[in-house]
Design a protein around this ligand. Structure first.
Ligand code: KG4
Ligand code: ZN
Length: 330
């Protein structure tokens, strides 16, 4: 069974066709992040209009470039949530229409589950494992027992890590999305500024990043900015985040002794320095798995793959999908 996966939870429109063995036959991606640059953040209305314009030709073009046609689609899977309601609605409406036109089943995919499961596409990964999901909207630690059993064991009490990266990038004069700019300039900097490492010593597995973000804002306000200082701020901020994430994952593993692997996923997991700090902080017996950067940020492959993985385990239910910005894990 070939499944066409469609992802439009935020500012990327992604599509991919996966076959019954889990091979990705075709994939396409259109990012609307550039449109948001002049506004310094996400503009849901602008993004939704762009999804409407781009999604139908993107699907057609993705199939055609690999010589596939509508007849090669046996099922459609779409991100139902969580995400921006206006973005989700476009993907769900399109997917529903397509499945009806083709007379094939329609499946709903949970976006965060897809971020986690995609790690199994490129690496041997036994259940149970620990997953750290770090994206623009989420910072959550899961004990992953089965493809459909992701137990939330800790999450941010305020800002998501990606939000903090984007805010610090903006303070330093970089456009949205800023995480990639922080990583780049941090390479030239030193971790010389003692920014806080929020909640690092608490026993629970929750996070908080708003205080760190505010500390960087205060520091920037009081400083005479130079390129060297900008790099030191980025580097010091990134090191604080890296230490908090790694220490929390280490604590989580102590509570989940059966887990032998850690997955880092979501847009922020594209950051190589965060991966490196995780690797050196955890015991050698623990495998650290992170999808390749283009599979960490939102894409259609993760949606198609999650549907494939759930279907393989008999866990995918055919039903009408409903866009839900606050969708809970079932
Ligand atoms: O998963 P994602 O593409 O979208 C959401 O579902 O949120 O994550 C986007 C987030 C943005 O905050 C972006 O700045 C951040 O991921 N990001 C990074 C890097 N690449 C993307 N943060 C730090 N370092 C990076 N290399
Ligand atoms: Zn995402």
């Amino acid at each position: 069974m070939n499944i066409l996966g469609i992802e439009t939870s935020c500012d990327e429109a992604g599509v991919a066709l996966v076959d019954s063995k889990g091979a990705i036959l075709a994939q396409g991606l259109a990012s609307h992040a550039e449109l948001c640059v002049p506004h310094g953040g996400i503009l849901p209305e602008v993004i939704a209009r762009e999804h409407v314009r781009v999604l139908p030709p993107l699907v057609k073009h993705t199939l055609e470039t690999q010589n596939y046609s509508w007849r090669d689609i046996d099922a459609v899977a779409v991100t139902e949530g969580p995400g921006l309601i206006s973005s989700l609605l476009i993907g769900c409406a399109y997917a529903r229409g397509l499945s009806r036109a083709l007379g094939c089943p329609l499946y709903g995919v949970h976006h965060l589950q897809a971020h986690v499961l995609i790690a199994r596409m490129q690496a041997e990964l036994e259940y149970p494992f620990v997953a750290l999901l770090i994206s623009g909207g989420h910072t959550t630690l899961y004990n992953v027992v089965a493809p459909n059993q992701l137990i939330d064991v800790g999450s941010t009490q305020d800002d998501a890590v990606g939000e903090a990266f984007d805010k610090v990038a903006r303070l330093l004069g970089f456009p949205y999305p800023g995480g990639v700019h922080i990583e780049r300039i941090a390479r030239q900097g030193k971790p010389s500024i003692p920014f806080p490492k929020p909640m690092i010593h608490t026993d629970n597995l929750n996070f908080s990043f708003s205080g760190l973000k505010a500390a960087v804002a205060r520091y920037v306000e009081q400083s005479e900015m130079t390129d060297a200082l900008r790099a030191d701020i980025a580097c010091s901020f990134q090191e604080s985040v890296a230490s908090v994430l790694a220490v929390k994952v280490r604590k989580c593993l102590q509570q989940q002794p059966l887990a032998r692997s850690v997955v880092m996923t979501g847009g922020v997991a594209a950051n190589k320095r965060l991966r490196e700090v995780m690797r050196v902080t955890l015991p050698d017996s623990i495998k650290v798995v992170a999808p390749e950067p283009k599979l960490c940020t939102d894409n259609g492959v993760m949606t198609a793959w999650a549907a494939y993985e759930l279907h393989k385990h008999g866990l995918l239910e055919e039903r009408d999908v409903l866009a839900n910005p606050n969708l809970h894990m079932r």
